[in-house]
Write a protein that binds this ligand. Sequence first.
Ligand SMILES: Cc1ncc(COP(=O)(O)O)c(C=O)c1O
Length: 399
Amino acid sequence: MSKFDKSEDRRYSRVTERLNTDSGEAWQVHEEAMLMQKNGEDVVVLSIGDPDFRTPEPIIDNAISHMRVGRTHYSPALGELNLRRAVADYETKTSTHPCLASEVSIYPGVTSAIFAVMSCLLNAGEEIVVADPTYVGYIPVLQALNVKVKTVMCLSENNFEPQLKDLVAAITSETRVVFLNTPGNPTGAIISRDTLKKLASYCRERNIWLVCDEVYSMFTYESPHVSLRTAADRLDNIVVIDGLSKSHAMSGWRVGWAVAPEELTEHLGRFSVMSTFGSPQFIQDAAAFALNNDEYYVREMRNKYQARRDLVCSRLEQIPTLKFLRPESGMFIMVDVTELFADDKEFAKKLLDAEKVSVLPGSAFGVSTSGHIRLSLVQPEEILIEGCNRLQRFIHSLS
Ligand SMILES: Cc1ncc(COP(=O)(O)O)c(C=O)c1O
């Protein structure tokens, strides 16, 4: 008998152990809702973050035409020059600092960009500062790298925006990276230009990298997005990560990028050689086309999200036992349910059982948002209205 037949003799790396943590009750409601839907039940799913819009037709046509002419081979590890240039032009347009194609690296999605950047900046055991609440996808990346995560609490009275004094207080002599997300998932919090600017120079003086995930940059409603690259005076400790998953409804295409100093970009290229070995050519061609010709569709999708936000907020205003912050960006609304239930997971579970509406408990994202639920806006208006009707009925049934 081979040693491999006896499971106790099998050996897996420590990474598998660190990644094998129970994502817990937080996701149970979503998973149960998916199962109910699969079994034909009439579930209103407000627990996902994948845009419901179709990828705009001209982008699809562009990808197909590039496939037909043979753009189906390996591409350079750092990305095709046409896409790196399109990203650099976009970053130059949206920032006060010009951006060169040589500062841009391309990945199959933002998650992959984050993994590459963090792998090139952090050794196991080193310290990274992140905000709480945090996008759930960060934790597995940081667990895989076995780094020490320090969290900074973001309070609802500050619209969940991380405060400069709290970020500075969390930084120690061990800190190698501060990792931010603006506009933020789950709360839609926007970090002010002043905080970004001061933090960038504070970190620079201490040789600390400041990395910012800006994947919701194209979905701000009341005022334009302020990128870390715009706010910072100097860019030599700055990395901005962004992609097309949300802005262009292209989550399944897997397109992300990092904008970083050239020396780090060269390291990132070597990292990509041994990890992704580049992204498909026809996808990069279509992504470059998308970025160069996107004014109309991005504006249209943004207007729709804004209208959905206004609709859901106006319905929530009619339920006095719920408190919520009107998000200035993104695709989610955080609702404080503490007046009704001490435990957000219990609220989410009971709402699913009683009314077949799935939402995510805020505790899935961190301590700061426990006692909240996250409602997602990636559903057409009629489904959002039905979700609000059911939520209202559920809350009436409690009184
Ligand atoms: C803040 C944030 N970063 C990254 C991602 C993942 O992006 P991608 O699908 O491009 O990997 C998400 C997806 O929900 C997100 O909300």
